[in-house]
Design a protein around this ligand. Structure first.
Ligand SMILES: Cc1cc2nc3c(=O)[nH]c(=O)nc-3n(C[C@H](O)[C@H](O)[C@H](O)COP(=O)(O)OP(=O)(O)OC[C@H]3O[C@@H](n4cnc5c(N)ncnc54)[C@H](O)[C@@H]3O)c2cc1C
Length: 460
């Protein structure tokens, strides 16, 4: 196969699908083959938008989830075809969003000019090798694809292995992947969820969904903080906010400015969430100018608080969680798990509440790891990320937030050199931009990368 204009996208979740759709819409001038490789049966879903027996909800209102910046209400319009009463502020099913992405790709494919062709490959990429500068994408089922450009869109990596759970790897009650829980077997009566974020909230509701089955759920994290509830809020023009934020070069100053802005908004009858939106939009430029010790300070002292204010619960989910808590079915604990011990087919959890001296013991049927994706390259359990790092083609950032990338997501190699033909698109961009996990940010990165690849970059 000729190397000329073969663009391989590894991973067909949100990022890979939206990038492919953009390339089909505005392809390079030369004849181009876009190869979209996805290991799962369906593209356009990834972990987030997979079809699931439980109806998980999007955590962003429908009107703010378009995958195309030119048509801000595109997802809402798509949703109304099956849910005619869907409102712009509704939190719709995540599986529906997967269907939307699939249609987005089909539409772009159908309208693409003849010189561009999309090839879908259902396989796992196990390695990307470089020889004399040229890249070959090696597939698990055998064979390789010579590529002019490769974009890694492998998404949310598996969660980290919990250090206190190593000896339970093979225990039937230890579930390390919260999105791949066993469907058969007896329903657990008592469950420990490690993590108290959005994933925990989803899992708690899913575990309690079947009628007549409400297990005792314990959730634990160091601070025991829950994500805040979403509300319907407008966008405020905050005069002076941009200048105040631009002038803040330390975390302490940023915190002061943010608190002042929140007080101002609330004094005007507004909602603190408006300030979080302002901060979120400014986050990439703030992050890029912060010195490394300041970034570290943020992660040590403020990230937990930022996360629970930034990544919020759909209101119905927040209400359900409040009900489960008030009925005693869900207990949120601040503390630390010290160790897990198998107790026949159950598990004994030894944990210590925050600031307490005593260790407590809890016997459960299942322990679920809901601590979130592990973006740290050195400890990643993603075999492709491991092989790329071992080959020196990618490098971790200094804070283990993701990958070192240059402009347009070009992967910076182990010697600090940005690649000309290997790019990354997805949540691990947060090492460079901080805010890079949600639809809006990833969509914008996908559009810019597509434009770059369709322009000079893809012309050999
Ligand atoms: C449970 C969950 C819910 C979320 N909900 C929202 C939400 O409501 N709103 C929002 O804005 N954001 C949400 N997000 C954030 C989410 O990160 C982004 O919206 C987006 O889905 C990320 O897309 P991605 O393509 O980068 O990653 P992923 O969706 O993880 O997709 C990566 C794809 O690559 C494939 N892949 C990986 N490795 C290989 C390989 N070696 N070979 C072949 N294929 C491979 C995977 O199978 C997967 O399909 C959610 C995230 C999660 C985990």
């Amino acid at each position: 196969m000729s190397l000329r204009n073969t663009i391989v996208i590894v991973g067909g979740g949100f990022s890979g699908t939206v990038l492919a759709a953009n390339l089909l819409r505005r392809p390079p001038e030369a004849v181009t083959e876009i190869v979209l490789i996805e290991r799962a049966a369906a593209v356009g879903r990834g972990v987030a938008y997979a079809a699931n027996p439980h109806e998980f909800l999007l955590n962003v209102p429908a009107a703010r989830l378009s995958a195309d910046s030119r048509e801000p209400l595109q997802f809402l319009q798509f949703a109304r075809r099956s849910l005619p009463h869907a409102d712009s502020e509704d939190f719709l099913p995540r599986a529906l969003y997967g269907e939307y992405l699939q249609e987005l790709l089909r539409t772009a494919e159908g309208a693409a000019p003849a010189r561009v062709h999309l090839r879908r490959v259902h396989d796992t990429v196990r390695r990307v090798s470089r020889s004399d500068g040229a890249l070959t994408v090696e597939l698990a089922r055998g064979g390789g694809i010579a590529a002019h450009m490769v974009v890694l869109a492998t998404g949310n990596p598996p969660p980290p292995e919990l250090p206190f759970a190593r000896q339970l790897r093979a225990h039937p009650g230890y579930w390390n992947d919260p999105w791949d829980l066993p469907e058969d077997g007896p329903a657990p009566q008592a469950v420990l969820i490690v993590g108290t974020g959005l994933t925990m909230a989803d899992l708690a509701c899913a575990l309690c969904a079947p009628p007549g089955r409400v297990p005792a759920i314990h959730a634990i994290s160091r601070h025991g903080l829950l994500p805040r509830s979403e509300t319907v809020f407008g966008s405020t023009v905050l005069p002076g906010a941009a200048a105040a934020l631009a002038g803040a070069h330390s975390i302490r100053r940023l915190l002061e400015v943010s608190r002042t802005l929140a007080r101002e908004v609330q004094a005007r009858g507004g909602d603190w969430r408006e300030v979080v939106t302002v901060l979120r939009n400014a986050a990439p430029s703030i992050w890029r100018r912060l010195a490394q010790p300041e970034r570290l300070r943020f992660m040590r002292h403020l990230q937990t608080y930022w996360d629970v204010h930034r990544h919020r619960l759909p209101p119905t989910l927040a209400e359900r969680i409040a009900t489960l808590r008030s009925s005693g079915h869900l207990q949120i604990n601040a503390g630390r798990v010290e160790r897990l011990e198998p107790a026949a087919d159950r598990i004994d959890v030894f944990w210590r509440p925050r600031a307490a001296a005593d260790t407590r013991v809890l016997r459960v049927d299942a322990v679920i790891n809901a601590t979130g994706p592990n973006y740290a390259v050195p400890t990643s359990r993603d075999p492709l990320i491991g092989s790329l790092a071992a080959d020196g083609l990618i490098a971790a950032d200094g804070l283990n937030l993701g990958l070192r990338t240059a402009e347009h997501g070009a992967c910076i190699d182990v010697d600090g050199v940005p690649a000309k033909n290997l790019f990354y698109l997805g949540p691990m961009l947060r090492a460079a931009w901080w805010e890079a996990t949600a639809v809006t940010e990833l969509r914008n990165h996908a559009e810019k990368l597509a434009e770059f690849l369709a322009g000079g970059a893809a012309q050999v």
